[in-house]
Design a protein around this ligand. Sequence first.
Ligand code: KIV
Length: 280
Amino acid sequence: MRNTVATLLEMKKQGEKISQLTCYDYSTACLLDRAGIDSVLVGDSLGMTMQGYENTLPVTMEEMILYGRSVVRGCKQAFVIMDMPFMSYQASIEQAITNGGRLIKETGANAVKLEGGASVAAQIKGLVDSGIPVCAHIGMTPQSVNAFGGFKVQGKGEANAERVLQDALAVQKAGAFMCVLECVPPKLAALITKKTEMITIGIGAGKGCDGQVLVWQDMLGISDFKPKFVKHYGELGKQITEAFEKYHQEVKNAAFPEEIHTYAKSDCSDDFLEKLDQKY
Ligand code: KIV
């Protein structure tokens, strides 16, 4: 059974922390799901991790749908959230509902995520009123990288801290059931978690949140990105590169394939192959 908004909210109520990781493809989705991860985010970070862009801004709706569908096929129990890409919801409530609806309808995911606080509260309400569960995303919102002048901690200083709390209250009032807090100082994140009924999911926001999310390539040491908040749970980048190098060498020196990797038993007799050799 796939997790639902209700089962995730029950985890919060019971004080059980919620695990979330990003995911962008079927094979990884199967692994995350098998590991028991509670929720998977098809983040627009795929623009950077899967497509090699500098930031998330170029990602399109069509690309999100393509990646999202393959993730949903791999998730039997994890709750799947689709990121709404840059400029797919900012223009109007109608635009948000149309695109949020497409993400749910065309991928089979369970919820959508959009970035922004009070400024997108009307869009969140429109989506929720249309029956689409919404995860908000406040603090450092990567789609505003140009406005922020880089990827920076948000909520520093009293005025900024109050603004981040006001954003949290605004998205909760609009109907969000979950909210990502990105690069928010830990005590402020804990206060937001205490003051709201939404599930708070932290990334660089300390352990006071209801759950945590990381980009899977970051936590397994595949990407070169290593900000303060990322913990490496493996060094797969190194292992994968070593395996590729070994394969490369073994192909060059004909150490691979060995007989066990061939269909030698299906070969014809040497006599017949000799005849073929002479015939052609
Ligand atoms: O796009 C993404 O992966 C995200 C997470 C980092 C929260 O928004």
